[in-house]
Design a protein around this ligand. Sequence first.
Ligand code: CO
Length: 141
Amino acid sequence: MFTRIDHVGIAVPDLDASIAWYESTFDLRMVSREFNEEQGIEEAMMLVFDGPTGGSHVQLLRPTRDDSPIGKFLANGGRGVHHVAYGVEDAAATLTEIGGKGIRVIDSSPRHGAMGSSIGFLHPKDTGGVLIEVVQAAARP
Ligand code: CO
């Protein structure tokens, strides 16, 4: 079902400082930086490994508003790891398959993610407390 760990999502209060820290400490390269107003975030993808089915990244997430999920996470004292995202071939089919196993899916159909990807989240109450995301990378040219 999963082809890779696509990214680990990390909530940060200062995106510029976190990008600089991951670049200087681990030599990671930023491959995208974008706003997602639907999710209330500005995010940066830091490439760890580029594989045949897509890359593995650290996803740095800064809230653009306090009432967004990441904004609430930070406001409630959260810091650091927020979710784990697994790569899949077909996000819609995977969400349907997982939902069929009795696990609640937050997104019954995929929504827009970074770098043209399609993403969906599973409910942490049904996944041992871990917020899990599935990611179908955009088709490569
Ligand atoms: Co993510």
